[in-house]
Design a protein around this ligand. Structure first.
Ligand SMILES: NC(=O)c1ccc[n+]([C@@H]2O[C@H](COP(=O)([O-])OP(=O)(O)OC[C@H]3O[C@@H](n4cnc5c(N)ncnc54)[C@H](O)[C@@H]3O)[C@@H](O)[C@H]2O)c1
Ligand SMILES: [Zn+2]
Length: 405
């Protein structure tokens, strides 16, 4: 038996934010990041709409990018004090993901972070609060997904929490919130969305319900991402929907090892001054993983379908896979994203000498490969990598060398 779960309600299009006026409840806690939502007036509007709905409102502000376990615990303590019956998370993937994990801890104060990370092991929520998510970036689609990514900074590892219990009750996909994104954020979150759609389509958990969502998202992202990056606001609006469709697909079809590798490399070199930003990591690793997965005949045929949808040409599946890889690499070029970790600068832009030194990478490689294999996203990848293969694959992602194994 398989399950397909989405939020009960999804409000989209211009002024969708006003749907907050219709939420029934007494106390809403708004969870938000470091300032962009406040600066652009969205936070004030959200607060006013919730008050119009008759709710008492409290803010939990300052959730950092790639939120930590500590932030989750702090937010849960604030909820315990305020006793909200609505949790309203507004912003990018980071504040929304943090709020999802706070929600679990609020409902079950004794639960440990380790317990939360047991895949599909969250006890029933909604005994204390319902959850509304409002996305301001066009990538993670966390407003519709069963996932939350929390970073354990002591270990330098990102942990996915995965359970349909944390799929929000209400998602608000208002394109206006995405208009203020800087170019770099458009690029990274957009390639994150492309990776979600492609990984969902070739995942071993794909199904008739997820395939159309994934394929339509891929077509839209191909049509709209680069234009959105270059300032076309109609395409920016389309990308906000496209990433959400990709999220509906991957929340139910799951992901693959591009994400496993991104989760386990993202914070692994933080002591050298930077993170490998999630979407950029995906953009660099996706072409390598396609070459690796295409050794599996079913996955190869599915990449062929994707290439056809994208009108890339090719006489047979081998040619189609090669053209798909070439196309995705050209998107990275258009979006100023490097092709490999070796050329990934601390500012995320391509550079001759990336911020991760070669010797440090090689020294940490066995551990990172082991962690990537153990990541929750590996199980649904079409080809299961051995330790040796994962190390080789990560090396290809460091040096931008061809995957021929
Ligand atoms: N839950 C999921 O299903 C899922 C999927 C993919 C990634 N993730 C996780 O989500 C996180 C990344 O989220 P993200 O890419 O949305 O970025 P983010 O939430 O980390 O935000 C990045 C920066 O952009 C700013 N920002 C956000 N929206 C803005 C806007 N509209 N205008 C101007 N600035 C804005 C933020 O203030 C922040 O400084 C990572 O931790 C990643 O691992 C989660
Ligand atoms: Zn992602």
């Amino acid at each position: 038996m398989a399950r397909f779960t989405l939020p009960r309600d999804l409000y989209h299009g211009p002024n969708a934010l006003e749907a907050l006026k219709t939420l029934p409840g007494k106390r809403a806690m708004i969870c938000v990041g470091g300032g962009s939502m406040k600066r652009f007036g969205f936070l004030d509007r959200a607060e006013a709409y919730l008050k119009e709905a008759g709710m008492e409102v409290e803010l939990f502000e300052g959730i950092e990018p790639d939120p930590s376990v500590e932030t989750v615990m702090k937010g849960a303590a604030a909820m315990e004090k305020f006793q909200p019956d609505w949790i309203v998370a507004i912003g990018g993937g980071s504040p929304i993901d943090a709020a999802k994990a706070m929600w679990i801890k609020y409902e079950y104060p004794d639960i440990t972070f380790e317990d939360m990370c047991k895949v599909f092991g969250i006890p029933p929520l909604r005994r204390k609060a319902h959850f509304c998510a409002i996305s301001s970036t066009s990538g993670t689609a966390t407003e519709v997904t069963a996932f939350s990514i929390i970073t354990d900074y002591e270990k330098g590892i990102k942990y996915p929490i995965a359970d349909f219990e944390i799929t929000p009750d209400v998602a608000i996909v208002d394109p206006e919130l995405a208009h203020t994104m800087p170019k770099k954020l458009v690029a990274h979150t957009g390639m994150d969305a492309m990776t979600h759609a492609i990984e969902a389509y070739v995942s071993t958990a794909n199904c008739d319900f997820t395939d159309p969502l994934a394929l339509h998202a891929i077509e839209m992202i191909q049509a709209d991402l680069v234009g959105s990056y270059n300032g076309d606001m109609a395409k920016r609006d389309a990308m906000h929907n496209a990433q959400c469709l990709a999220g509906m697909a991957f929340s139910n079809a799951l992901l693959g090892i591009v994400h496993s590798m991104a989760h386990k490399t993202g914070a692994a070199f933080a002591d050298y001054g930077a993170h490998i930003i999630h979407g950029a990591a995906n953009a660099m690793y996706l072409p390598k993983v396609i070459a690796f997965n295409a050794k599996d005949p079913t996955a190869k045929a599915r990449y062929g379908v994707i290439a056809d949808k994208m009108h890339l040409g090719g006489e047979n599946d081998d040619e189609k896979v090669a053209l798909l890889i070439q196309y995705l690499r050209s998107m990275n070029d258009d979006l100023n994203i490097p092709h490999c970790i070796g050329h990934y600068g601390a500012d995320s832009y391509p550079t001759e000498q990336g911020f991760v030194p070669e010797n440090v990478f090689l020294e940490r490689l066995p551990e990172i490969a082991k962690n990537a294999i153990a990541d929750a996203c590996t199980g649904s990848n079409p080809r299961q990598p051995s330790q040796e293969e994962m190390e080789k694959l990560l090396k290809c992602c460091y040096y931008d060398t061809e995957v021929d194994f």
